[in-house]
Design a protein around this ligand. Structure first.
Ligand code: ADP
Ligand code: MG
Length: 289
């Protein structure tokens, strides 16, 4: 590989909004066999909206939503923004807010203990979600992310948030498959939600319910099975996977930590940038040999 041809390749990529932060990434990228993609904020917009709130007996939307929004007010998770936006301006003050990464959060609001999060949080806290499980399953099968709300130990509500798939994601996944790559999705979201979105996009391999550390072990398993791996992600919790991948690719609209850890940045966050990067890498290194 001559330094000049590498420079030309990196320049061409830059014109397409694909920034190489590390020069040797262009060479490493040509060996990629599998591309693993984070879901929220990478394949999807990362701006979910609240699409449903089902209240249990004894609770109503006007009473419950402000409690949930209060608990979420300090969280930077996309789910938090969906809930606070739906609640509007009248959000009470929460105290003792505890974020439980990969699970959800716990807070005290107006003297009540509020829990909001994934089914696994409720399992951990010993609260049964049985009354809402069937509805949660059918929402998840349509790609919504479902959360349970618990107030003072009582199941209070089922929340659905929906995060639209980005415009370029479908075409990017298709192009990656056409490049002969295995495509995988790694997500902290539940299995049914993840599978629905993967099916919709034509993604072959799905790893759901990934706790922050799990993305790295999922990625290492994929590397073992398929070979060199590029990982694309946007979140704080994606940084370890971006570092562990053979090539780490960050979404430019994502968190600073993700960008600083990555080898390559997709400025506009369009996944077709990753396709172009691989194309340029292969073309550049083929010409040299
Ligand atoms: P991802 O961004 O891939 O969904 P996370 O680890 O951030 O991964 O979150 C995993 C799951 O934990 C979410 O799908 C949600 O069910 C739950 N969760 C995390 N943070 C929150 C929050 N602030 N409010 C409610 N649920 C949350
Ligand atoms: Mg993400």
């Amino acid at each position: 590989a001559t330094p000049t041809s590498i420079m030309v390749g990196i320049g061409r990529a830059a014109q397409m909004g694909v920034l190489f932060r590390k020069g040797d990434a262009l060479q490493r990228l040509q060996d990629t066999r599998v591309v693993a993609l984070d879901k929220t904020g990478t394949l999807t917009e990362g701006r979910p909206t609240l699409t449903m709130l089902r209240c249990a007996d004894g609770f109503d939307r006007a009473g419950l939503l402000p409690l949930l929004a209060a608990a979420e007010a300090q969280s930077e998770h996309p789910i938090a923004r969906a809930i606070t936006a739906a609640a509007g301006a009248d959000i009470p003050q929460a105290t003792e807010v505890e974020a439980i990464p990969g699970y959800g959060l716990r807070a005290t609001v107006a003297g009540q203990l509020v829990l909001i999060g994934a089914a696994r949080l409720m399992t951990r806290e010993g609260v049964s979600c049985a009354p809402f499980e069937a509805e949660a399953e059918s929402l998840a099968a349509r790609g919504a992310t479902t959360l349970y709300a618990v107030v003072d130990g009582r199941l209070a509500g089922l929340v659905a948030v929906t995060d639209p798939v980005k415009e370029g994601s479908r075409a990017a996944v298709k192009a990656m498959a056409a490049q002969g790559l295995k495509v995988a999705m790694l997500t902290g979201d539940g299995a049914a939600t993840a599978q629905a979105i993967a099916d919709d996009l034509g993604i072959e391999i799905v790893e759901a319910n990934c706790l922050p550390g799990d993305k790295v072990s999922a990625l290492e398993a994929l590397q073992k099975q398929h070979g060199a791996l590029a990982f694309v992600g946007d979140g704080i919790n994606d940084a370890p996977a971006l570092a562990a991948a053979d090539v780490g690719i960050a979404i430019g609209t994502g968190t600073d930590v993700a960008i600083e850890t990555a080898d390559i940045v997709l400025v506009s966050g369009d996944l077709r940038g990753a396709v172009n990067a691989i194309k340029i890498s292969r073309a550049t290194l083929r010409n040299i040999r």
